[in-house]
Design a protein around this ligand. Structure first.
Ligand SMILES: *[C@@H]1O[C@H](CO)[C@@H](O)[C@H](O)[C@H]1NC(C)=O
Ligand SMILES: *[C@@H]1O[C@H](CO)[C@@H](O)[C@H](O)[C@H]1NC(C)=O
Ligand SMILES: *[C@@H]1O[C@H](CO)[C@@H](O)[C@H](O)[C@H]1NC(C)=O
Length: 365
C-alpha cells in the first residue's frame, strides 16, 4: 500500500522532467530554424553593418605590420572586406599597401575615406610586365596583371624587412600579429602553407587537376624544367598567403629570378596544361623549391571557392580557422559560394554604389 504512491510520484516527476526537456529542445530547434530562415528568406536585404567605426577606437602604435594586397577594379570590395576583417580582429599597427591600377585610384580612395583603415595606395605600372607575360591574344584576356604584384614586394616596400602578402579573396579571423610573427628560417625569403600537410588538403581539388604537387603546375617534359632536377611529386604550396623576409628577398634577387621564369615561360610555355587560374604559382614553385618556411595551416584554410567546400568543412572548423581563402571559382561576393555569410559580416558597402555583392535572395525580389 505504501509503495504504490511513491511509484506514482516518481513516475509523475519523470514525466514532468521529460516534458521540460522536450520543451527546451523544441525551443532550441525553433531558434535554429529561425536562424536558418534569416539567411535564406527570399527578398531579404542583408543587414550589412556599417558602424564598425563607432566600435571602440583602437590606438595603433608600435611595430608596423605591412600587409600587401591587390585591388582590381571589378573586385575592390574584396580587398576592402579582407582589410576590414584584419583590422577589426587586431590591435596591431597594421598598414595596408594596396596595389591597384591607375583607373581605380579615385574609386578606392572614396571608399577608404569611409573607413579608418591605415593605408597607402600603390599604382601598379603595367610596363613592369612587358615581355614577361604571353602576348598570345587568347591568353592575354586571362592574364590579370595585378596577380603578379606579389613578385615585386620589395619595390613597393623598400624599407620594410618583413611583410605579409594576402590575396583579396580572404577573410582573417585571427590576430594578424600571429601570422606576422611566423618565423622565417635563416636563408629563406618567405613562408607559405604547403598543399599536402594542411588541414585544407584532404582529398581536395581533384576536379581542378589534383594540384597539390609540382607536376600539377609545371610541364616536366620541358627541357628547362627537367634541368632543374626538381622532384615532380614534391608538395606544392599556395602563394595566396605568405610572410616574407624582404632583406633576404633582395639579397637572393627573388624578383629577378621570378621575372626570369616569367620571360622563359612566355617563350617556351613551361607551365602545366591543366593549370587553372594560378598563373603566378609556377614561377614561385621554381624559385622557392625547398627554400621556404611554413606557416601554420590554420592561417591558410583554403579552397572555400571550390565546388563542395560546404561539405568538406564543418562550421566549427571554419569558425576556428584564422584565415579563410575562397580560392576557386565561387567567390563569397558572388552568387553561389559557401560560407559567404562570414564574408558579409566584414563588408563595407561601396559609397559610389558601383560594387555590390550578388545575393540570390536580393535578386529574387
Ligand atoms: C591616371 O588616372 C587619372 C584619372 O583617374 C588621369 O588623370 C591620369 O592621366 C592617369 N595617369 C596615367 C599615367 O594614366
Ligand atoms: C631577414 O633576413 C636577414 C638576412 O638573412 C636576417 O639578418 C634577418 O634577421 C631576417 N629577419 C627576420 C625578421 O627574419
Ligand atoms: C643579385 O644581383 C646582384 C646585382 O644584380 C648581384 O651582384 C648578386 O650576385 C645577385 N645575387 C644572387 C644571389 O644572385
Amino acid at each position: 500500500i505504501l509503495s504504490f504512491p511513491v511509484n506514482v510520484v516518481i513516475l509523475v516527476l519523470l514525466v514532468i522532467a521529460f516534458l521540460i526537456i522536450l520543451h527546451r529542445n523544441l525551443l532550441n530547434l525553433n531558434d535554429f530554424l529561425k536562424q536558418e530562415n534569416q539567411d535564406t528568406a527570399p527578398g531579404m536585404v542583408l543587414p550589412f553593418e556599417t558602424d564598425f567605426l563607432s566600435d571602440h577606437k583602437v590606438i595603433r602604435s608600435g611595430e608596423e605590420i605591412p600587409v600587401v594586397i591587390t585591388a582590381p577594379e571589378e573586385r575592390l570590395g574584396a580587398a576592402v572586406t579582407a582589410m576590414n576583417s584584419i583590422y577589426r580582429n587586431s590591435k596591431a599597427n597594421v598598414v595596408f599597401n594596396i596595389v591597384t591600377l591607375n583607373e581605380s585610384v579615385v574609386h578606392l580612395r572614396t571608399w577608404l575615406s569611409k573607413t579608418d583603415l591605415k593605408h597607402k595606395i600603390i599604382v601598379f605600372d603595367l610596363k613592369i610586365l612587358t615581355g614577361k607575360i604571353s602576348t598570345d591574344p587568347q591568353k592575354v584576356e586571362a592574364v590579370k596583371p595585378l596577380t603578379f604584384a606579389r613578385f615585386f614586394m620589395p619595390v613597393f616596400l623598400p624599407d620594410a624587412e618583413k611583410a605579409i602578402y594576402l590575396d583579396d579573396d580572404v577573410i582573417v579571423q585571427g590576430d594578424i600579429q600571429e601570422l606576422f610573427d611566423t618565423s622565417i628560417k635563416p636563408g629563406h625569403a618567405a613562408a607559405f602553407s604547403e598543399d599536402c600537410d594542411t588541414a585544407s588538403s584532404k582529398g581536395i581539388v581533384r576536379g581542378a587537376g589534383n594540384q597539390n604537387s609540382y607536376i600539377g603546375f609545371l610541364d616536366f617534359k620541358k627541357e628547362a624544367i627537367k634541368k632543374l632536377g626538381m622532384r615532380a611529386n614534391t608538395c606544392s604550396f599556395n602563394p595566396g598567403v605568405f610572410v616574407a623576409n624582404l632583406t633576404e628577398w633582395k639579397q637572393q634577387n627573388i624578383t629577378s629570378q621570378l621575372e626570369f621564369w616569367m620571360e622563359r615561360n612566355a617563350k617556351e610555355d613551361l607551365y602545366s596544361k591543366t593549370l587553372a587560374d594560378s598563373i603566378t604559382t609556377p614561377p614561385m614553385l621554381i624559385v622557392f623549391y625547398k627554400q621556404h618556411s611554413n606557416i601554420d595551416p590554420m592561417w591558410h584554410v583554403r579552397h572555400l571557392g571550390v565546388t563542395g567546400a560546404g561539405n568538406r568543412y564543418s562550421p566549427q572548423f571554419v569558425k576556428a580557422a584564422k584565415l579563410l581563402h575562397w580560392n576557386g571559382h565561387y567567390k563569397p561576393w558572388g552568387r553561389s559560394s559557401t560560407f559567404s555569410d562570414i564574408w558579409d559580416k566584414w563588408y563595407i558597402p561601396d559609397p559610389t554604389g558601383k560594387f555590390h555583392p550578388i545575393r540570390r535572395h536580393a535578386e529574387e525580389k
